[in-house]
Design a protein around this ligand. Sequence first.
Ligand SMILES: *Cc1c(COP(=O)(O)O)cnc(C)c1O
Length: 221
Amino acid sequence: MNDIRPILAKLAKGNPFGEKVTLVAATKTRTPAEIDRAIQAGIEDIGENKVQEFTEKYDLVHGGRRHFIGHLQRNKVKYLIGKTFLIHSVDRDELAEEIARLSSKAGTVSDVLVQINIGEKESKGGYPPEEGMAAFTRLSRMEGLRVKGFMAMLPDTDEKEVLIPLCERMRELFERARERSSETEYLSMGMSGDWELCVEHGSNMVRLGTAIFGERNYPKA
Ligand SMILES: *Cc1c(COP(=O)(O)O)cnc(C)c1O
């Protein structure tokens, strides 16, 4: 694991909008022992991107608010209900409806983010940016859901002139949503390669894997 004190120190300063920035450790492929070490080093939020890993590690990790950050199939929603602090990856109405339905049935409310396909790449999930507000409004009306903001993944490039306008567009969307609903709290945007730029341009929640744990070794298929 890397020394994360510089990251924690930088995030503790907040973003230029005067908001606290939440750090979510992206824990895919990491063992419960590694995740526990990260929690001991000051990590308070952890996120998995696969339901199977989320479930397998759920009781083996000690502490941490549990986030779900990856693509979610409708038939796997049942494994997450009542166990997540925040689901970041609500990218279609059918998924939102299923989370709402099962949450209501369980007598709970799930906090979620609306995922936006900000780079408008077909390979990436999410609502198109121009449909973001309408999706936010529709999902906010569903009983069993509390919509806390937006999540976005930036395209894989170092070109700031590409990335900054996309961050700004997400921030505008976030601020419009905040005018509509006092529940709006999070703009989840930023991974190991781009988090500093994202925070500078309006993110208040970053999801870091490699920057915390080092390179991932995927098991051979
Ligand atoms: C893995 C992952 C991250 C973190 O990626 P790094 O580049 O290792 O920081 C962030 N968000 C999601 C949805 C992920 O699956």
